[in-house]
Design a protein around this ligand. Sequence first.
Ligand code: SAM
Length: 310
Amino acid sequence: MTRTFEHIPVLFHEAIDALALRDGNCAVDVTAGGGGHFRALITQVGETGKVLAMDRDLRAHADDAAGGVHKEFSRNTHLVHRPFSQLKQSLSDLGWSGVDGLLCDLGVSSPQLDQDDRGFSFKQDGPLDMRMDQSQERTAYDVLEAASQEEIADIIFKYGDEHRSRRIARAIKSAWPIPDSTLFLADLVRKSSGYHNSRVHPATRTFQALRIAVNEELQELQHLLDALPDVLNPGGRAAIISFHSLEDRMVKRAFNAGARGKNPIWQLQTKKPITPSEQEIYDNPRARSSKLRAITMLSPEGSSTLEESL
Ligand SMILES: C[S@@+](CC[C@H](N)C(=O)[O-])C[C@H]1O[C@@H](n2cnc3c(N)ncnc32)[C@H](O)[C@@H]1O
């Protein structure tokens, strides 16, 4: 098991370009992870700017991850161990009234996926954990234990878009108590789902669904989207990278809603999401499902600094 934080930032140039930060700006990276994007934001805002980074996983706070980037530039950076649903509180603790750029790179980091003891992957054995924040009590095993068969089926259907959710849930509850093992669960799902020639592992959607439930990922995202109008300065930009259709749909809806009507609050920078190039997918297959959407906050008069500067 490797202890070196190796995560290749996804849609790196596209995200940094979308934020168009300038010297002296104030920015936030709400998903600091290995610090790849975080480092770029710090460079963009220059010596007179400042950057807040957040991550709910303490692993991201280590020296070989965003923690090390923070130490290197500590004069104008902050790193907090909080979920991004607490963004407003974090900004107010720092006395910041708003930010000129916000980056959110959803999902899990490569070390979260690759470290077997984190329990995110069905490819290697580990406990059914899946907590991004390991100070949180409820693990994936706890979720499965506490939920009824019907509730498990709903989780797998809703968060995994898994049409065989009922038979998978039935198999889990019939076998309960199951060993606290990712490989055991993956095998149970494989046998009960009846998928034979599928391109992806039959447990892919069930594991995604459990992870979303354990970390309340969609609730977290909704909090962040709701907070955007309050935290972005006029002309400020937000860029969100998502990895599956549930997330992308939420981002798309919220961005479109704010850009419509007589009094839009922001302007869409991306009518269609930006997706990775073939080269990026070849270099980093984990980028393949990523989608980037971005907005620019309008100033009270209704024109963005984007337009003013053109
Ligand atoms: C895809 S990685 C980010 C990688 C990062 N952009 C980089 O360049 O290394 C996602 C990170 O977001 C964190 N995360 C996910 N949901 C979060 C939330 N609701 N609040 C805070 N951090 C979250 C995860 O712990 C993980 O470290």
